[in-house]
Design a protein around this ligand. Sequence first.
Ligand code: SF4
Length: 272
Amino acid sequence: MTDEDTDEPEHNIGAAASERRSFPAGEPDDTRAERVVDRLGELYWRTTYGGRPAFDCLVRTILSQNTTDAASAPAHGALRERYVDGDDDGDEDGDTDDDVDLAEALAAADVGTLAETVAAAGLQHQKARRTVAAAERVLADHGSAAAFDAFVRDRPPATVREHLLSYDGVGPKTADCVLLFSGGRDGVFPVDTHVHRVFRRLGVAPPDADPETVRAVLEDRVPPEKCGFGHTATIEFGRDYCTAREPACLDDPEACPLAECCDRVGVDPNWD
Ligand code: SF4
């Protein structure tokens, strides 16, 4: 889940090179993370997640790596049309054929054909290889997509996460998205490029925090039931207001709805 504007400048974009300052240690604010998520919930939504079939969710997340939702959604649709809905059951209404085990269908898929099918997502050969490998792992370790689904839903999140991270091409964000959108697990706050950028600028996470550190900070300070919409609303906010190169506050600090709780780290030329 990335945007065209995710390439964050390395320097303080509110200051000339000669004015750049080093970031201070910053006092952690134990309540600010929740305050921000509450505000984002008011701005966007306070949705709960879960219930998506886990293997389908994993496939969709693999397809979304290093591209936009606008590019990966058609690729996922094309995949389903060829390997699920296209497995003709006489049903022409476009509904899913529930008899098809997606893991079985994709484990048997020809990688070249799958790559062609998901070409809209880009990096299609790599994504096709990862998808087929993931399908093979699911079958080898769980026996079916349905059993994998139960594993994701019922086992401890840390166990599921560790298992998913052992799949080729599955990193923390992908594993956490499966836990959230399929397992509906509270307390999981996936960190994508927007979440990583926004919470460091806000001063909630240290300026030099890597994504795993930002995740640890958020999962520690945001109440479990607010982590899911915190993740999706932050992505929306990062696209609408706190973009990588042109945050709304750059010319007018009051233009951002989170201005009052933001340190504007790396953006404010007077930040010290
Ligand atoms: S005030 Fe600026 S840096 Fe802070 S969240 Fe808003 S747009 Fe981003």
